[in-house]
Ligand binder design. Sequence first.
Ligand SMILES: O=C(O)CCC(=O)C1=CC=C[C@@H](O)[C@@H]1C(=O)O
Ligand SMILES: [Mg+2]
Length: 383
Amino acid sequence: MHIASITLHHIRMPLKSPFAASYGVYHDRETILIEVQDESGCIGWGECVAFAEPWYTEETIGTAWHIVESFLIPQLLGKRLEHPREVSRLFAGIKRNPMAKAGLETAVWDLYAKLQDKPLAEVLGGVRKEIETGIAIGLQPTTEKLYEAIERSIEAGYRRVKVKIKPGMDIDLIRSIRAAYPGLALMADANSAYTPADAPHLMRLDEYNLMMIEQPLDAEDIIDHAALQKQLATPICLDESLVSLDHVRHALTLGSCRVVNIKIGRVGGLTSALQIHDLCASHGVPVWCGGMLETGIGRAHNIALATLPGFTLPGDISASDRYWERDVISPPVAVSAGKIAVPEGPGIGVEVDREYLGHVTLRTQHYNMQHYNMQHYNIGKHL
Ligand SMILES: O=C(O)CCC(=O)C1=CC=C[C@@H](O)[C@@H]1C(=O)O
Ligand SMILES: [Mg+2]
């Protein structure tokens, strides 16, 4: 692969309904879609999943655009690569910023798979032709709205339901859901809404047979999660805490969690996601693919990743129409009886709807060696 040009698309898509977590509410989704084109004209697509606000992690659309444009593109543009796993080595001189890195790196994986004329799932080592999937329901304004959302999820066949919790919307909420749906595969995501002092309160959730409690404490609290896991019968699943392979290795060593949510953007790309998958498998720790309210491009990468053998739990890969009136891919992601058929075309196996992409684009920037701003290129050169 000779990386000939890179194009960034900053887009905004309206959410069909607001998505609320313990830290805030999303009314629309800004994201950065990334095209990487090689000298043959083949195009790989990736998605940088940073939000517009630094609520989930410290990355935002603004930080990611800056890091991609000023530091990562200079390391990638013009390079001749044999394999996408080389990209993370090219980016090693730039600290953290995993979502910025993953946006470019996933595009190179898609490009590579297309050049191999193979589905991305096959190139990654996938073993499934369809994946079972779950759904994440944001905090709802009323219990009735929550029950309506749960009913719709069950009717759609989603294999597990994730609800959001936070202090004041937890024990009673879970108790009422469990009373209404005794056999439902149910988990809760706290998005770091609790502190270690809340351990006795969180232990009360043990009686409701939750599959797991996701990220109860702060992202930095790897040691405190280990102490909490010793007090909880319910498995802890970590999300925000795990931003690299080393973070996962530390969490498994300390016993901070018994389940791992792998999000391609949060861990810096597919190469890192594969390494984390393999590490968890060696420890007998199940993983599932988390979601970031992606467009169909990020969703397609998630589907490919979720075909790997260690992804034994349903993830947050819902249908395109769960969030979007219209997606930027064709065909949109569809869920049937809680399952998604893995695309069989080369790469991510979906086409980008450029007409709609243009409609939702706020800003586009194209970079190639002839026109690239040498000032930016020189910034990257010293790395
Ligand atoms: O992509 C989805 O379906 C939503 C997944 C989801 O629950 C989340 C997405 C992004 C940030 C968080 O609010 C939350 C999570 O922590 O998993
Ligand atoms: Mg989460």
